[in-house]
Every structure is written in structure tokens, then in C-alpha cells.
Design a protein around this ligand. Structure first.
Ligand SMILES: Nc1nc2c(ncn2[C@@H]2O[C@H](COP(=O)(O)OP(=O)(O)O)[C@@H](O)[C@H]2O)c(=O)[nH]1
Ligand SMILES: [Mg+2]
Length: 455
């Protein structure tokens, strides 16, 4: 995928203007190129003040600070030089061009982090956490990414791998000395040891769905018949007047979305046209879009007007199939809530919860956020660690757990060592592909192309 061994260069700060901009170099020629750029020698880990001095730099002798991190004590594990200039893209581009003239190559997205992985500075879980940390939108996301970058998940996986490896080693030893009829580990003990490891893997997986939601965000789709207050609720949740609110039924004709957060997870709130059986062509198209939005929902908020009796359209809303959890919202609490409405939606809903709110006064909205968070298994607080947030990790750990359970069952059936080993090796392989100890190039490609250039 990436060429290694040469020297790469890229702007490490975001595009655009800022008070400073940073160019990063990594590789065997980084120091020499950096010294040429600032026209003076660099000492390891000292910030050296200088003026840009390169052939392509023309008269742009900007004041800069250059820092050399000597291998292996750097982000990538190679010689790294970081040059901070004033944050003008013109200057940064000139520095990069000059570095390339000096023998460096422009880095591909994720290439610095890939080199860190290659040189064993971080494993794959941590490399992926770097990308997540850069992209985090909420404090809870940043915390989860930091935690993985610190290696808590990697450590947990390594411990699981070590336990598994010790069982595998004993089974293999038994195979190597078949004549003695000696088992280095008795079948009962195999079942028990593997069951214990499987339990640990399953423990990591239990909250992986909540973790995934935390990492990837989710769609909260608001549905209900016209005029129950969907757009008002949408505006109250996202904190702006994005959606038009009127007393005229059928006002919302298109799908409107805006970001907000629930339990620390980034969400997209989606306001929809009311579901009903009449209306003109525009409204019918709006309703078709509403149905499509519902099909992509992680959570559906089914909204009802608690101040009036339910209508046939309300009942149709309850009967509509929804993806993900459904939370029933009884709105307009400020006008008084009819018991029959609450009772009816509670029984018909089969829902994750019924919450009484007033979009007009804000009453009950905090509770609504809690119920939505709860329906997704999101913590109210910061959540425990280690934490699986990445779909790839969850999928691989799922394979590990399945192979271990298969081995467990086989062990209780008194299966041979060869038989058990094939399951256990499959589990080990899946485990090692999480941390990247053994992983296909295609997977690496997929992971590192998610990065921005300069990371
Ligand atoms: N009193 C009261 N009126 C509300 C509340 N929520 C919405 N409304 C009113 O109900 C009408 C319809 O609201 P809207 O948000 O457009 O409903 P939608 O058609 O479901 O999107 C408007 O006149 C709103 O002002 C509420 O909590 N209390
Ligand atoms: Mg509306």
C-alpha cells in the first residue's frame, strides 16, 4: 500500500489560514531537509527558532520554529521534523515544495500514522483511535477515542490473546507427544478455560452497539400525524428554529435534518411530513420521503398530541413498522394530557418508553433525551472502559466469540485436540486482526485511507 523507507512531508494543520501552520517531515532525510529549510542545525527535541531559507521560498523568509524528534522517539518512530510557520497556506505550500525538492515525497492520507503502526509505536486499534479522535464531535466521543489511544482496549485484547495462547500451546504440546497418552491439559479444563476467555470477549461485545452509536452517531427520526408538534419538538431538540411551525396541518412537506447530541453521541434529528391518508401531490411525496427516512432510523420518536383524542391517523402511525427503537412522545403537556391517550399509546406502542413533553415549554425534553439514550444503551455519564466502538472490531470480536463457543461445545463433547485447535486458531487469527498483528493489506488500506493528509 504505502511505500516505506523514504521521507514523507505534508502540512499537518487544517487547510486555511491560522495563527500558525505546521509542516511535518518523517523519514531518514527529515533532519537534513529540515536543517536546510531553516538554515541551521537542529538539536533533538529542542525548538529551534530560524528563518525559512530555501530555493523555492523566494523572498518568503518567514520566522519559524523547527523541532527534530530523533528516531525512535517520535510519532512515527522515524526521524521527524516539525516546522511551525505562520499559518498561511502559501507559505506552507512553499515549505512542502521545497522539502520535496530536497528529496521528500508528499505523504498520502494516514501515512504518518501508518508508519507509527509499522514501527510498533501503536497497534491498529490505536491507529484507528487517532482518526476517531481527530473526527470526534462530542466530548464522550473524544474520551472513548483517547481511551483507546491509551491502549485500554488493546491491553484487554492482548490479555485475552495471552490466555487463549496458553490453552493453544498446551493442546499443541499434547499433540506433539501423542504416544505417552499424556494431556498437558485435560478436556474439562480446556472447556473451562476457553469458556472463561469467551466470557471476556462477550463482555467486551455487550456494549459494542452503544459504542458504535457513540462513534458513528445515529439518526433520530420524528414521525406522527400532522399538527401533533413534530416540527416544534425538532426545533426544541436541535435548539434552533430550523423547521417551520404553523397551526396548518401538512406544513412540513420535506424531510429536514439537523445535528444534536444524546448521551454524548452525535445525532441527526430528522423532522418529517406527517403521515396521513390525504393531501396533495407535494404532501404525498413528503410522506413517501418520511417512510424512507423511517427506514433508516436508529430511533423513531412517534409523536402524539396528548391534549386531544387519538385519531385514525395516529393509530396508523403506531402501526407503521419502524427500524430501531421507538420512543412514544405525548406532546402538548402544557394543554393538559388525556389519560386515555397515554394509556392507548403505551399499550399499542410496544415502545422503548413513553415520555410526556411540551415542545412549547420544554417540559420533559431532558427526560426524552435520557429515554432515547437508554434505548440505545448509551450511558448517562462517561461509560466504562475498555470500550469497543468500531464496527470492524465488533465484527472481529464476534467471530472470536463464535469460534470460542464452538470450541467450548466441542470440548464438552470430548472432541480431539486437532478439532479444538482449528476453532481456537480461528479465534486467535480474528483477535490478531483487531490489533493488526496479523491483518490483510486490504484492511489496512481501508483503515488508513480514512485519515486526512498529514496524520
Ligand atoms: N400548546 C402547545 N402547542 C404546541 C406544542 N407543540 C406544538 N404546538 C402547536 O401545534 C401546532 C403544530 O405544530 P407543528 O410543530 O407544526 O406540528 P407538526 O405538523 O407535527 O410538525 C402549532 O400551532 C404549534 O405551535 C406544545 O407543546 N404545546
Ligand atoms: Mg411539521
Amino acid at each position: 500500500m504505502f511505500q516505506t523507507g523514504d521521507t514523507i512531508v505534508a502540512v499537518a494543520t487544517p487547510p486555511g489560514r491560522g495563527s500558525i501552520g505546521v509542516v511535518r517531515l518523517s523519514g531518514p532525510a527529515a533532519r537534513a531537509i529540515g536543517e536546510a529549510l531553516v538554515g541551521q542545525p537542529l538539536a533533538a527535541r529542542y525548538a529551534t527558532f530560524g528563518r525559512l531559507d530555501g530555493e523555492l521560498l523566494e523572498a518568503v523568509h518567514d520566522h519559524v520554529i523547527a523541532t527534530w524528534f530523533a528516531a525512535p522517539h517520535s510519532y512515527t518512530g522515524e526521524d521527524v521534523v516539525e516546522i511551525s510557520t505562520h499559518g498561511n497556506p502559501l507559505i506552507l505550500d512553499l515549505v512542502v515544495a521545497d522539502a520535496i525538492r530536497g528529496g521528500a515525497r508528499h505523504a498520502m492520507p494516514g501515512e504518518f500514522t501508518f508508519r507509527a503502526y509499522l514501527h510498533g509505536k501503536i497497534d491498529l486499534v490505536q491507529a484507528e483511535a487517532v482518526a476517531d479522535l481527530v473526527e470526534a464531535m462530542t466530548p464522550a466521543q473524544a474520551r472513548a477515542a483517547c481511551d483507546q489511544l491509551d491502549g485500554t482496549l488493546s491491553d484487554a485484547i492482548r490479555e485475552i490473546e495471552a490466555s487463549l495462547f496458553s490453552v493453544v500451546a498446551k493442546l499443541e504440546a499434547s499433540l506433539d507427544f501423542p504416544d505417552e497418552g499424556f494431556h498437558f491439559i485435560e478436556p474439562d479444563a480446556v472447556g473451562q478455560a476457553v469458556g472463561e476467555v469467551a466470557g471476556r470477549v462477550e463482555g467486551l461485545l455487550t456494549r459494542a452497539e452503544a459504542g458504535r452509536v457513540l462513534r458513528e452517531g445515529l439518526r433520530v427520526v420524528i414521525t406522527g400525524r400532522p399538527n401533533v408538534g413534530k416540527s416544534s419538538l425538532f426545533n426544541a431538540l436541535v435548539g434552533t428554529d430550523r423547521a417551520i411551525v404553523t397551526a396548518v396541518p401538512g406544513t412540513t412537506r420535506d424531510v429536514v435534518s439537523a445535528p444534536f447530541s444524546v448521551g454524548g453521541a452525535p445525532c441527526e434529528a430528522v423532522d418529517t411530513a406527517g403521515l396521513r391518508d390525504e393531501g396533495d401531490e407535494v404532501e404525498r411525496e413528503g410522506i413517501a420521503r418520511t417512510r424512507r427516512a423511517r427506514a433508516s432510523a436508529d430511533v423513531t420518536l412517534a409523536v402524539f398530541d396528548g391534549s386531544v383524542a387519538l385519531t385514525g391517523d395516529d393509530l396508523r402511525v403506531l402501526a407503521e413498522p419502524a427500524r430501531g427503537a421507538t420512543v412514544v412522545v405525548v406532546n402538548k403537556a402544557d394543554l393538559g394530557v388525556r389519560d386515555d391517550v397515554v394509556r392507548c399509546v403505551a399499550t399499542l406502542g410496544g415502545a422503548a418508553g413513553v415520555v410526556v413533553v411540551s415542545a412549547a415549554t420544554g417540559e420533559g425534553l431532558e427526560r426524552l433525551r435520557e429515554v432515547v439514550a437508554g434505548s440505545l444503551g448509551l450511558p448517562g455519564g462517561d461509560g466504562e472502559s475498555p470500550r469497543v466502538t468500531n464496527r470492524r472490531h465488533a465484527a472481529m470480536l464476534g467471530e472470536v466469540a463464535a469460534s470460542l463457543r464452538a470450541a467450548c461445545e466441542a470440548a464438552t463433547r470430548g472432541a480431539t485436540e486437532e478439532f479444538l485447535l482449528s476453532d481456537l486458531h480461528r479465534a486467535l487469527e480474528a483477535l490478531q486482526s483487531v490489533t493488526g498483528r496479523r491483518v490483510a493489506d486490504a484492511v489496512l488500506d481501508e483503515i488508513f485511507t480514512r485519515f486526512c493528509v498529514g496524520k
